[in-house]
Design a protein around this ligand. Structure first.
Ligand SMILES: Nc1nc2c(ncn2[C@@H]2O[C@H](COP(=O)(O)OP(=O)(O)OP(=O)(O)O)[C@@H](O)[C@H]2O)c(=O)[nH]1
Ligand SMILES: *[C@@H]1O[C@H](CO)[C@@H](O)[C@H](O)[C@H]1NC(C)=O
Ligand SMILES: *[C@@H]1O[C@H](CO)[C@@H](O)[C@H](O)[C@H]1NC(C)=O
Ligand SMILES: [Mg+2]
Length: 444
């Protein structure tokens, strides 16, 4: 049935009116904010006009506190060290005047979608990874995890160390992935090789014996250089000297949960010097005489062992023998100045002279753990039970179900290694006098 022209005009008017109303509604300040939150789109000016009637854009932690942390970019030309500053990062290094103006006109325009602003005061900290060029594809997985779960909000620096020169591919890929500044350092020869007092024939004989016993990495020379480097040198590399705190990251790890606070500032505020996620028993054949050397050292330097240390966690007979408990050092968040201090430095030098890095296969994990366990009061060691972590073959998964949901954890709580027989974490709780979470028995 044909309709009259008047009807058509009326219909068109109604449609146009409805469309106009819709556009008006969508363009209202509240919606612009909602849209920009959903799409992640934000740009200083655009947000400025809508900030007033939207919810606070920053959380407590992200609130600007003091003048911007303009950490000076020192010239570190030694050891062919190289620094790459990303464009996004240079935003946070702008001169103070530019930032102050912004603060005066707008209460809270964050420069990053979901990160801390340019006025955020970072801890004096960096990530650090020892790797070979060929580790790149196992390493990107780790970096992606750390960025997604933590560093995309904070943009901490990342130092990469290698006994060889990093190639361009390695540098380009890692620089693209890390949201902070990346730095690349070559390890000096004295820190990666046989010291002159080591009898290389004797070392070769050990490697052969260990190979026959099928001890993991028992026949490897490079693994021993790695363990010695991580035990006594990583914290003295020129690139590391400008930092106080570090987080060690290895290739092929997984972070299972969001980390919704600045762990470096947490270390600083709580005055912790060493943080771990997993602990276990060391393979005895790799450290046959390590504890004998530790005892010799303690006899010569009784002043270094502090009161209220973790001796009870390391030894079941008041220091007579080592029970082989150690923190798993592929994950560490710690204070570099502790390793650089007198007690640990003398300890490492002593162990290095003893030769066990080569005549046996002393690992950096027991060496660090004994150092931290004896020369730090136990109150300075922290168990990060909230950091979901995996390095083949063990998992740390937060016990508390609410935490796992809130932090979007991807770990199966049944895989939690920390309460199982081969872990030393239960013992750690006993020694610390900490109460175990109620669920622990069902998981042991
Ligand atoms: N530059 C360099 N890095 C190394 C070398 N060997 C090991 N690494 C690094 O040192 C760290 C420890 O080595 P891994 O091979 O992971 O040793 P692991 O954790 O005991 O054993 P996996 O079970 O194989 O992970 C990792 O960050 C490696 O990338 C080496 O010869 N050169
Ligand atoms: C960071 O820490 C290192 C080591 O403690 C120190 O030498 C350096 O001056 C610190 N840098 C800043 C900016 O505080
Ligand atoms: C795993 O064990 C640790 C203790 O070692 C505990 O704190 C953590 O909550 C446990 N997680 C689960 C899921 O059981
Ligand atoms: Mg590893």
């Amino acid at each position: 049935m044909p309709r009259s022209p008047a009807f058509r005009v009326l219909r068109l008017t109604i449609i146009l009116f409805a469309l106009g109303f819709l556009v008006y509604k969508l363009a209202s300040p509240k919606n612009i904010d909602a849209i920009s939150q959903v799409t992640g789109y934000s740009n200083g000016r655009f947000r400025e006009s809508v900030v007033a009637d939207s919810k606070p854009a920053q959380t407590k932690d992200e609130q600007p506190k003091e003048a911007p942390a303009t950490r000076p970019q020192e010239e570190l030309k030694e050891d062919k060290a190289e620094v790459k500053t990303k464009e996004s990062n240079s935003e946070s290094k702008e001169p103070a005047s530019a930032v102050v103006v912004e603060e005066a006109t707008s209460p809270a325009p964050p420069p990053f979608n979901d990160g801390v602003g340019p006025t955020y005061v970072h801890a004096n900290a960096t990530f650090v990874t020892l790797a070979r060029n060929e580790d790149i594809w196992n390493l990107v997985k780790s970096i992606r995890n750390v960025e997604d779960r933590f560093n995309h909000k904070y943009h901490y620096d990342w130092v990469f160390l290698n006994d060889a020169e990093f190639d361009d591919d390695f540098k380009e890929i890692t620089t693209a992935l890390v949201s902070g500044t990346t730095k690349y350092g070559k390890i000096p020869k004295e820190h990666w090789g046989f010291p002159e007092w080591i009898d290389k024939e004797r070392a070769a004989k050990t490697r052969q014996e260990m190979a026959e016993k099928k001890i993991i990495y028992g026949d490897s020379v490079s693994y021993r250089h790695m363990c010695r480097f991580e035990s006594g040198f990583f914290y003295r590399h020129p690139l590391m000297m400008e930092y106080k705190y570090y987080w060690r990251v290895e290739p092929d790890i997984t972070l299972h949960c969001d980390i919704d606070y600045d762990v470096f500032k947490f270390m600083e505020e709580k005055q912790y010097d060493y943080g771990f996620t997993l602990s276990l028993y060391e393979y005895g054949d790799t450290i046959t005489t390590l504890w004998d050397s530790v005892r010799k050292f303690l006899k010569a330097h009784p002043e270094h062992a502090v009161k209220d240390n973790l001796m009870e966690w390391l030894s079941d007979d008041e220091g007579y023998s080592y029970n082989r408990c150690h923190f798993w050092s592929n994950f560490e968040i710690g204070n570099l100045d502790f390793w650089r201090g007198k007690a640990y430095s003398e300890f490492f030098d002593f162990l290095d002279q003893e030769g066990g890095f080569f005549y046996e296969r002393w690992g950096d994990a027991p060496v660090h753990s004994i150092g931290a366990g004896l020369f730090l009061p136990k109150s300075k060691v922290h168990y990060f039970d909230d950091i979901g972590y995996w390095h083949v073959p063990f998992t740390n998964c937060p016990t508390n179900r609410e935490d796992r949901l809130r932090l979007k954890c991807s770990c199966n709580p049944r895989d939690n290694f920390s309460w199982k027989g081969y872990s030393c974490t239960s013992k750690y709780y006993n020694v610390m006098g900490m109460e175990k979470p109620s669920e622990w028995r069902t998981q042991s």
